[in-house]
Design a protein around this ligand. Structure first.
Ligand SMILES: N[C@@H](CCC(=O)N[C@@H](CS)C(=O)NCC(=O)O)C(=O)O
Length: 243
């Protein structure tokens, strides 16, 4: 397949949902431009994202970032972007069953990431966290006690069935996404995650295995990898973490 330079558009100051796409591009060593992270005078900054949302040309306008441009093709929705790029990047097996399984797992990870986000914004994304703190506290209790164990127990079982650290039995983009969700949960809910760790040995090994991949290790140590912060999908508010 001919090599293209992918143009990637995502809010420049957060990992957010964009990080799932960045990890796939980085792991594959794909040539890509993280457009919004360029200086504004070079067409970067948040304005680049806004431009993509409002100037979709003749194609389907994206509703929200992340957005990927590959040649003339512009696409949005994280799982959709990954399903498109993974075969080109060698990050999913060729057979249909594996691709369907990969998308199913990716969408389940997206559901978990959405729920992690909704803990700090249970009422609306248009309100500050401080304006929905009471509801956030209530939601957090259920999230850490019920939802995290249910989701992570599911992924642990999938890995057990594969007898190894890869959700599809071989390395794929869903391993990278699992790594990202686990890293985000550890950042946001360190105490709750520490309490669960001994029950989830396969997940621990899967996370270590992704972090040890040479391109991922280099990426995580580079300034291309933004730090987790209080504006992204995963936020650390100590009062929302179980003791
Ligand atoms: N399901 C979409 C969600 C996209 C999304 O919510 N993007 C956020 C940033 S992570 C955004 O900017 N949303 C604007 C909005 O929802 O109004 C995906 O996975 O790509």
């Amino acid at each position: 397949m001919t090599e293209v330079t992918y143009e990637f558009y995502y809010w420049p100051s957060i990992q957010g949902r964009g990080e799932f796409v960045r990890l796939a591009l980085e792991d594959a060593g794909a040539p890509y431009k993280d457009v919004a992270r360029l200086p504004e005078q070079e067409g970067g900054g948040s304005k680049a994202v806004v431009r993509m949302l409002s100037e979709a040309g003749s194609g389907l306008p994206p509703f929200a970032p992340p957005i990927l441009k590959c040649g003339a093709l512009v696409m949005a929705q994280t799982a959709n972007i990954l399903a498109f790029v993974a075969p080109r990047l060698g990050l999913v097996p060729d057979d249909e069953a594996s691709r369907v399984a990969a998308n199913q797992l990716q969408l389940t990870l997206a559901d978990l990431a959405d729920e992690a986000h909704d803990v700090h914004h249970p009422i609306s994304v248009s309100l500050y966290y401080e304006d929905q703190k009471t509801e956030a506290l209530r939601r957090a209790g259920h999230f850490v006690k019920e939802r995290i164990p249910k989701y992570l127990g599911y992924f642990e079982r999938v890995l057990e069935s594969r007898h190894g650290p890869h959700l599809l039995g071989v390395h794929s983009y869903v391993d990278l996404s699992l790594f990202q969700v686990l890293s985000g949960l550890h950042y946001a809910f360190p105490k709750s995650m520490a309490a669960l760790e001994s029950r989830l040995p396969m997940l621990g090994a899967a996370r270590v295995s992704v972090a040890a991949r040479p391109r991922i290790r280099a990426y995580l140590a580079s300034n291309r990898r933004l730090a987790f912060n209080q504006h992204g999908l995963f936020r650390h508010y100590p009062e929302l973490d179980a003791s």
